[in-house]
Design a protein. Sequence first.
Length: 330
Amino acid sequence: MLASFVAWWITRITELLPRSWINAAAGPSDGVVVDTDCNHSVTVSIRRGGRQEPVTLGAAARLAARMPVLLRPPPEQVLEKLQVVPAVPRRDLDQLLRHELARITPFSAADLFWRWDSRPKTGDRSRMTVALTMVPKIAVAPALGLLAEAGIRPSFIEAGPTQRPRLLSIEDATTQPGSLLTLRSLGRICAGFALVAVVLPFALQELALHATNNAIDALQPQIRQVEALRRGLTANDAGQALLERETQRTGDVLQVLATVTRILPDDTYLTEFSLRDRQIVLSGRSAAAARLITGLSTDPTIRDAAFAAPVTRTAAAAADVFSIRADVAQ
């Protein structure tokens, strides 16, 4: 019961794994490898990390207690066949092939160690191409008997090339291919998942930090521009404050000039205008310079208006030449 559940669970997990992972897991497994030939003689070796070293049958019997035993028959005893069948769920495909074996081969399912690998048929998703790998039980029965006498019980028959073997279960010939993954392959997959679970949070954090640093670097030109504008605004504020202080001390020249222009009559024009420490000096010509003092005195922003020099009359222009000094109210 437990073995069936484990086989079913492994099959479901295998279906979810990327094909490249499954192919990688299909590499040669560590274990005791028993090679047999057509004369039913056996050669035993121990395989670790893809390397094989010959051992005696007695040593193999001791190692078989803690390592899987793989029986490799000669290539001519391995039967392979491609079969096109209707597309059915994987859980039903094994039963379908069990009934088909007696029709498409000289053997029944009970006479074979076998496995199947399927893929959708190209151009027709309603059908599947199934690759059958079979070894007649009678062909390896002498080798199995010899191993049994030595106390060795193989778990799998290993067929195909050494670097990408296919495993056929001896204990349960109906086990689906997904359940034939070795403990080492499953350990590698679980270790990979564990490594991903441990490393992934740190990797995501590092990626987020890297993206943040890149965003900060990309914003540096804008940041420098903003800082330059801020310094400019600060300098402008300082200049504005200085200008306001000077305006308070000397007076608003534009405002004073506008007031003088409004007060002076149209027959008067200025040849000189100055504003210093809230004191203005007006020089120019007018048809009647005396009335200018009266006009300036009536405005509340101008005080103490008086001639700064004697008024002279020009006969040629029929106008008075004047110079007036006044104070600007704060």
